[in-house]
Ligand binder design. Structure first.
Ligand code: BDR
Ligand code: CA
Length: 302
């Protein structure tokens, strides 16, 4: 499966990208970057570092620095760290981003591989909205979009109503949901259910020192944050979106038309609506199998 990941790395983004790079049935064809967990320049630097870490030769294209409509914001440093990888020092990749923008790379890859690419956005979805504006055929050319974002029935994680990726660019998600593309939302209804604790990261570091050691090195701050909000481990938000691309049998989806609240106290909330083509949202999952799959793929690649 050809996979293009749009990302704001970010600790769970790093987990998702390493998982995708190591999964024998995923061909990672590129990374595009967006503001979110960190400013976009740091997201790009971290994406390049992940490409080098994984020994890949794929393009990294930088995308949006701010939301479509909402004002720019400064990401909080207490979740992913000021440099994006917890307490690890700033990454120093040698590679450079390509000259194309994220939206240009997305539209070109989709045009060259019509119906063949799964796009997995795991940050604010601004670049995908820009790709839809850039190329009227993008919604048709892209195979499908499986995104980490939203909360349909579950409470939000940045406000009581909104999940962080959706909250940071609700206008972009509204455009994407209205585009006619095939879309699956993997949101907080499922992503809080599969978690990794400190012992899991230690086990990964022991079994797979290169990948597991790297992830264990960045996980401390993330685990501290989750502990501070009463969770025993960190959620597998972004890895679950990648897993859903390949293993739909591990998720129960509801087909429904969806829209996004664009103003007021509930801004960023996902709502079921009428009169729009249907997308799908995950409402349940086999969290045990998902966690095992994540651990196994990292361990077996060592
Ligand atoms: C999402 O927000 C970010 O902090 C994570 O990387 C994930 O994409 C979870 O709400
Ligand atoms: Ca992310």
């Amino acid at each position: 499966m050809k996979l293009l990941i749009d990302t704001d790395p970010g600790i769970d983004d790093a987990m998702a990208i390493i998982f995708a790079a190591r999964h024998p049935r995923i061909e990672l064809v590129g990374l595009t970057t967006v503001f979110g967990n960190v400013p976009v320049e740091i997201a790009t630097r971290n994406a390049l570092a992940l490409v080098e870490h994984c020994g890949l030769d794929i393009p990294v294209a930088q995308g949006a620095a701010h939301p479509l409509v909402l004002p720019p914001f400064t990401p909080p440093a207490h979740i992913h760290g000021a440099q994006g990888f917890g307490h690890l020092p700033a990454a120093q990749p040698i590679r450079r981003a390509v000259d194309e923008t994220a939206a240009e790379l997305m539209t070109r890859l989709a045009r060259e591989n019509p119906g063949q690419i799964t796009l997995c956005p795991i940050g604010p979805i601004t670049n995908v909205a820009e790709a839809l504006r850039l190329d009227p055929d993008f919604a048709r050319n892209i195979g499908r979009i499986v995104l980490m974002g939203g909360a349909l029935d579950a409470p939000g994680n940045i406000t009581p109503h909104a999940e962080a990726n959706t909250y940071h660019d609700p206008h972009a998600l509204e455009e994407v949901l209205g585009s006619g593309a095939e879309i699956q939302l993997i949101g907080l209804d499922v992503t809080m259910r599969a978690q990794l604790g400190a012992a899991d990261f230690h086990a990964l570091a022991e079994a797979a020192p290169h990948d597991g050691g790297f992830l264990n090195g960045m996980a401390g701050l993330y685990l501290d944050f989750y502990r501070s909000v009463g969770q025993p481990g960190c959620a597998l938000h972004d890895p679950m979106a990648v897993i859903a691309c390949l293993h739909p049998e591990l998720f129960t989806m509801e087909e429904t038309a969806m829209g996004v609240v664009l103003e007021g106290e509930e801004i960023g909330r996902i709502k079921r609506i009428e009169r729009r083509h249907r997308s799908a949202a995950a409402l349940d999952c086999d969290s045990g199998a998902i966690k095992s799959l994540f651990m196994d793929v990292i361990r077996e690649a060592a």
